[in-house]
Design a protein around this ligand. Structure first.
Ligand SMILES: Nc1nc2c(ncn2[C@@H]2O[C@H](COP(=O)(O)OP(=O)(O)OP(=O)(O)O)[C@@H](O)[C@H]2O)c(=O)[nH]1
Ligand SMILES: [Mg+2]
Length: 366
């Protein structure tokens, strides 16, 4: 299972360009592309620890963690929306674990902009408003249903908690602010998960800029960064066009030269992938052996059975225990045997919260 990152934003801000660069797959680049058939791409996550494991175990296969990106067509404002197309866009957004929100931070008279004005913060607010309105609809439908459940003594308490959450969330949504910005009690936060609100999803802002923007910055980028800082979100700066061209180069040497021209050491996309990992609370654990060394992606707080479930649903259902040691111990001690001798190999049960860098062997029964 790959975690899906949905690339969202207003029309023609550069989503497909960035997606293409990310996946090195030529997706269709257009002005105002159709809302149907979003492009899906799976990419390998760079990880030096997996390289080290591969060096130590010399496995037949080395399998990096993957992250899935969906290039979703631009969400236009309510005024211009076609009901069916918008619903489809929203359903793709709902299927995303996290949102990569692309903001236009470049001037180019040849590339149209929906509001004929380059202002990434206005764009950001416009998209947030659209998503908030969609959630408002969800919340209202859900509240109607919950009102009936209040009469059922068995469901009353849960329904009350959920309704209390919506009472707090509603005003924010009406204001165009995301549900995640609302402070909720623990049980309310739990209850509200049942409605899968879009604006509860974590989001990362991508400033799509030109070459000059990457090396020197510009006022658009500053504005997005200021907003991101206020919200405790991260903003990543990328030149989509440049990154796409970089992907076309054949040799590593050419790439390095190309990067150096902009004063970069690695592609901006690596920053995006790593920032997404950090910010969105993703974690990596490993399975390692002679057959295969492999990195897997989970979410922070996932317990051992859930991590096992990432490998195979049978592993989760039949979970017995996990044998765990940490990558750092292996790197320090030099071999799995040494890890065992040092008493660093632990048996963990169902409640164990998997840590970033754990190397795990699952025992299960199906
Ligand atoms: N100057 C400049 N143009 C860019 C940049 N990124 C994308 N473009 C151009 O902007 C236009 C739209 O880019 P797309 O990547 O198709 O935009 P999109 O967000 O996927 O658009 P929709 O899918 O129609 O919503 C294309 O002509 C791109 O070549 C950039 O960094 N600088
Ligand atoms: Mg597109």
């Amino acid at each position: 299972m790959a975690l899906n990152c949905g690339i969202v934003g207003l029309p023609t801000v550069g989503k497909t360009t960035i997606f293409t660069a990310l996946t090195r797959v030529k997706a269709e680049v257009s002005n105002y592309s159709s809302a149907k058939n979003p492009n899906l791409g799976i990419i390998a996550v760079p990880d030096a620890r997996l390289d080290k494991l591969t060096e130590m175990f010399k496995p037949k296969r080395r399998v990096p963690a993957t992250i899935q990106f969906t290039d979703i067509a631009g969400l236009a404002s309510a005024a211009s929306k076609k009901e069916g197309a918008t619903n489809q866009l929203l359903s793709h957004i709902r299927d995303s674990a996290v949102l990569i929100h692309v903001l236009r931070c470049f001037d180019d008279p040849d590339v149209p902009h929906v509001s004929n004005k380059i202002s990434p913060v206005d764009d950001l607010e416009m998209l947030h408003l659209e998503l908030a309105l969609a959630d408002l609809e969800t919340v209202d439908k859900r509240a109607e249903k919950l009102a009936k459940e209040l009469k059922d003594p068995q469901r009353k308490k849960e329904a009350e908690q959920e309704l209390a959450a919506y009472a707090k969330i509603r005003p924010a949504l009406q204001d165009g602010r995301p549900a995640r910005s609302v402070q909720l009690e623990k049980d309310e936060a739990e209850a509200v998960k049942r409605s899968f609100l879009i604006t509860m999803k974590r989001e990362i802002y991508v400033c799509n800029t030109d070459e000059a923007g990457v090396s020197k910055g510009n006022a658009y980028i500053e504005a997005v960064k200021a907003r991101a800082a206020e919200e405790g979100t991260e903003a990543v700066v990328i030149c989509g066009k440049f990154e796409a061209e970089l992907g076309d180069l054949e040799t590593e040497e050419e790439k390095q030269e190309f990067l150096a021209e902009l004063g970069l050491k690695e592609p901006g996309l690596s920053n995006l992938i790593h920032a997404a990992y950090r910010l969105l609370g993703l974690r990596t654990f490993f399975t390692a052996g002679e057959d295969e060394c492999r990195a897997w992606t989970i979410r922070v707080g996932d317990k051992a059975p859930q991590a096992a479930g990432v490998i195979h649903t049978d592993f989760e259902r039949g979970f017995i225990k996990a044998e765990v040691y940490h990558f750092e111990d292996l790197a320090t001690l030099g071999s799995e045997h040494a890890v065992k001798v040092a008493g660093k190999l632990r048996q963990e049960g169902k409640e164990y919260v998997v840590q970033d860098g754990d190397v795990i062997f699952f025992k299960f029964n199906v």
